[in-house]
Design a protein around this ligand. Structure first.
Ligand SMILES: Cc1cc2nc3c(=O)[nH]c(=O)nc-3n(C[C@H](O)[C@H](O)[C@H](O)COP(=O)(O)OP(=O)(O)OC[C@H]3O[C@@H](n4cnc5c(N)ncnc54)[C@H](O)[C@@H]3O)c2cc1C
Ligand SMILES: Cc1cc2nc3c(=O)[nH]c(=O)nc-3n(C[C@H](O)[C@H](O)[C@H](O)COP(=O)(O)O)c2cc1C
Ligand code: SF4
Length: 444
């Protein structure tokens, strides 16, 4: 405590008695053998005695970084137990945080006296107008944080903070849309995932006519597979938000309508190909017996009790945890030396997902190559040894390839075609949304 107390004293000397000093501190590390709540309460009392004006409660540490900086896998209000314990032991105003983005929840915790002030971190990057929208009762128009931590990843990679759902984050002026100039243009968007929806909404904001074709019965694309697991519903909120913005801004949405070259009759000034991706079919004898991971994640296919998942990337690992809710065993087989090997996500999301796999007793077989799939059997090679697992469900989570088949033909017909998101290369929500936004922003 000495360093903190000396800092407080030095600040007070410089700012005088009327300037409020607020201290953010970590009463609990949430790691066994690390700082526990008793010590945290004692710290809070010492800080209170040091003549500060408010305490901002933080939780966690780098070893459990996801408990400090929220991920999609954390529950709403995941730090509130600690906040409450501190609030009960000091008379200073207490600030608390940890996924308190839902305005209802934020109001509730203040009303219940769990804390005095709600702190919002991520959500202010996702939508800096949160407070004004809440004040105006306009909560449906808040762009929701999806807990991906692309912001943190960017910051820790030496870039400015990016936000997956807000291309204007840290670039409000640089990336602002040109003023609407009354010039009428028309835009065709093929595919209603996050990339296509964002492009369409942006085009409407520029005053353009937009036709959006989606072959499925609903907008959202791969966000459905990403958001359906019980522990990832934040992603579903993004579908609701984007869908609402499409309707509100007046995008002409054609559902259940696969765009084919036969439909390329009308003139458009700009075409956005945002058709997403399709599953890869690794060259394994019997691979057609495996179901695709997205089908299980979206509950279009039902899994049994003994599940084998081929591929330990993000989709395979999340499917493992989700399906284990109703299965007896789930085994991931991964070629690389570790699961989540090429997964370019932030360390705190990685920690949280690995913890969830461990808590769910998911079996992981790495450095293993699946050589054969038969009914109810998967055979693989590991260290030149052949093994067989008996199972009732086999899932292909071996990766995705871009749906860019229409690109060349569209370029023959239209002057200005941009391929965005997973249709360019299967990646992330951030790339889909940002590419959709910028493709329209730079239109002349
Ligand atoms: C299990 C899983 C979990 C994921 N989790 C995350 C995550 O946590 N964070 C993250 O950043 N990313 C995640 N991703 C990746 C992310 O979902 C994708 O990168 C993102 O959805 C890509 O958006 P998109 O708009 O380019 O394509 P998509 O979301 O795939 O949308 C493409 C749309 O185009 C439609 N379409 C295709 N062809 C046509 C046609 N000819 N005519 C009309 N419509 C057509 C499709 O039906 C689909 O709706 C995850 C992916 C998976 C599979
Ligand atoms: C991109 C990013 C960077 C952050 N960097 C720091 C930091 O350097 N120090 C710190 O104490 N907290 C940091 N935080 C945590 C926030 O200050 C804030 O306490 C927290 O995000 C609030 O919780 P919430 O995001 O669940 O609302 C960071 C959060 C984000 C999203
Ligand atoms: S980058 Fe992802 S986690 Fe960070 S604020 Fe934006 S949506 Fe939330």
């Amino acid at each position: 405590m000495r360093f903190t107390l000396e800092c407080i004293a030095a600040i007070r000397t410089n700012v005088g008695p009327d300037f409020p000093i607020l201290v953010k501190f970590t009463p609990v590390h949430k790691v066994e053998g690390f700082r526990q709540i008793d010590e945290g309460i004692a710290m809070a009392k010492i800080l209170e005695g040091a003549g500060i004006e408010a305490l901002h409660v933080d939780v966690g540490c780098y070893e459990a970084w996801y408990k400090a900086i929220s991920t999609v896998y954390n529950e709403e209000g995941h730090q509130l137990d600690v906040v409450k314990a501190i609030k009960e032991n000091v008379s200073l105003p207490v600030l608390g945080q940890g996924k308190l983005f839902d305005p209802k929840k934020a109001q509730e915790v203040v009303a219940q006296g769990v804390l005095d002030y709600v702190v919002l971190g991520h959500q202010m990057l996702a939508d800096p107008h949160w407070a004004n929208k809440v004040k105006q009762g306009n909560t449906m128009d808040i762009a929701p944080c999806v807990g991906c931590n692309e912001c943190l990843l960017a910051g820790f990679s030496g870039k400015h903070y990016y936000c997956a759902v807000n291309p204007l984050c840290y670039a409000e002026k640089e990336f602002a849309l040109p003023k609407v100039d009354g010039i009428k243009k028309s835009v065709l968007v093929i595919g209603g995932g996050p990339g296509g929806m964002y492009a369409a909404i942006t085009a409407r904001k520029r005053g353009y006519e937009v036709d959006l074709y989606e072959k499925e019965e609903r907008l959202g694309g791969t966000l459905w597979a990403a958001g359906m697991p019980t522990f990832k519903h934040d992603v579903l909120k993004l579908i609701t938000y984007l869908e609402r913005q499409c309707l509100k801004t007046g995008v002409n949405v054609y559902l259940n309508t696969e765009f084919t070259l036969k439909d390329a009759k009308k003139d458009y000034d700009k075409v956005i190909l945002s058709a997403g991706s399709s599953p890869m079919m690794p060259p394994i004898p019997g691979i057609e017996k495996a179901g695709f991971v997205s089908e299980f994640l979206t509950d279009r296919k039902e899994a049994g009790k003994q599940i084998v998942i081929i591929g330990g990337g993000l989709a395979g690992c999340e499917a493992a945890c989700y399906l284990k809710e109703n299965a007896e065993t789930v085994t991931i087989i991964e070629m690389q030396e570790d699961i989540l090997f090429g997964c370019d996500h932030c360390l705190n999301n990685d920690q949280a997902l690995r913890q969830m796999l461990q808590d769910n007793n998911i079996n992981k077989i790495t450095k293993a190559t699946v050589t054969k799939i038969e009914d109810n059997r998967v055979t693989y090679l590991q260290d030149n040894q052949e093994y067989t697992i008996v199972c009732d469900t086999i899932i292909n989570a071996a990766g995705f390839k871009p749906n860019d088949q229409l690109e060349d033909a569209l370029e023959e017909i239209y002057d200005d075609v941009t391929v965005i998101g997973d249709a360019k290369a299967p990646r992330k929500i951030l790339t889909a949304i940002h590419e959709g936004y910028h493709a329209i922003r730079v239109m002349e």
